[in-house]
Design a protein around this ligand. Structure first.
Ligand SMILES: [Zn+2]
Length: 382
């Protein structure tokens, strides 16, 4: 028997709130926890309350000047700099405290994993992958993904694989570990020529000893479940086998959905569920330890609650059949009747070559990075 997964959650995480008009509305987290409970996914699971990060812990990831600016911003919201006070990153009351709690929640998750009583931990309140050392970006103030990976490394983990399935490039995490060979970052995202933040090309490979440990798969707008999954399986499993990570950290943003208002990929909640199952499978192959974080996702009712309920269920080995009807009044609340969008998740494995735009992207990434890991980019068996 495996050890039951841990879940980090407390309603205080809803305090990371950039305002009613901002896309990152915490209602998506509240609805996810509510739906997961209503479906029985969390039965017998006592969520672990996150501890806010101390200033020392935030300093491990961010510059003192930036932290000072975040703290001071609510009092002097004009000309505060550091990416703050913009439409994407508005200043809000208690910003430092709320952001420290999010960062702390992923540290709590990392600690739970390190304690060894569980192999899997889910923190849907985390995943703020765009925050940089000295500035806010893309709705992200403090970077909890980087903090969690740093904590794992500080505690003796030698190799961490970070897999980012958000529709946006995982730039803040890539930058933080661009010269660190202990961390393999892999991001699959909408092509940077067509979406903010405009980075995440296959040629971004890392520097020095870490050359080859930054991996990017830029996907064309409109990419569907089948094609996304084909690209994932053509790139990720081989690289993990070569890298041999001891822990998987995944950013599980769901703004890849076809109905997401901020981006243009074509996935469904069925595709998201298939992604989580693939990540679980890979974590099992690599010793079992899996830290799953949230991320983007701006279709607040129809998409995020169902997709992340599938994430929680997958981590807990309580897989929800897609045809499951939503219980009680949840169908009315979310505007969908069941746990599926009817998406197709069976895919043809990549068979070499670059026939269509997604296969071209696969080939581009494989040719850039596979030789650096002793793999043959043109051989689909690698
Ligand atoms: Zn995103």
């Amino acid at each position: 028997m495996g050890k039951r997964a841990g879940v980090v959650w407390d309603d205080t995480l809803l305090g990371y709130d950039m305002g009613a008009d901002h896309p990152l509305n915490p209602v998506r987290l509240d609805l996810t926890m509510g739906l997961a409970r209503a479906l029985g996914v969390l039965e017998g699971v006592e969520p672990l309350r996150p501890a806010p990060a101390t200033e020392q812990e935030v300093l491990r990831v961010h510059s003192p000047e930036y932290i000072a600016a975040v703290k001071a911003a609510p009092e002097s919201p004009l000309e505060v700099g550091h990416g703050l006070g913009t439409p994407d990153n508005p200043v809000f009351a208690g910003m430092h405290e709320a952001s420290s709690l999010v960062l702390g929640s992923s540290l709590t998750a990392a600690e739970l994993l390190l304690a060894g009583e569980t192999d899997r931990v889910v923190n849907i309140g985390g995943g703020l992958h765009h925050a940089m050392r000295d500035h806010a970006a893309g709705f992200c103030v403090y970077n909890d993904c980087v903090a969690a990976i740093d904590r794992l490394l500080d505690r003796g983990v030698e190799r961490v694989a970070y897999i980012d399935t958000d529709v946006h490039h995982g730039d803040g995490v890539q930058v933080a570990f661009y010269d660190d060979p202990r961390v393999l970052t892999i991001s699959l995202h909408q092509h940077p020529a067509t979406l903010w933040p405009g980075t995440g090309y296959a040629r971004e490979l890392g520097t020095g000893d870490a050359y080859g440990t930054s991996v990017n798969v830029p996907l064309p707008p409109g990419t569907t479940d089948e094609h996304w999954l084909r690209a994932f399986h053509a790139v990720v499993p081989s690289l993990l086998r070569a890298f041999r990570p001891q822990v998987l950290v995944t950013q599980c943003g769901v703004d890849t959905h076809r109905d997401d208002p901020l981006a243009h990929l074509g996935l469904t909640v069925d595709g998201h569920r298939a992604i989580y199952m693939a990540l679980r499978e890979l974590s099992i192959e690599h010793g079992g330890r899996w830290l799953a974080l949230g991320g983007g996702g701006y279709q607040l009712r129809r998409v995020v609650p169902r997709s992340w309920t599938h994430l929680l269920a997958t981590a807990l080995d309580r897989d929800i059949p897609v045809k499951t009807e939503l219980p009680g009044d949840w169908g009315q609340r979310l505007g969908v009747p069941d746990m599926t969008d009817g998406g197709g998740t069976s895919f043809l494995p990549w068979s070499g070559g670059g026939g269509d735009p997604v296969d071209m992207a696969v080939l581009g990434t494989r040719r850039a990075v596979f030789p650096l890991h002793g793999l043959d980019p043109d051989d689909p068996r690698d």
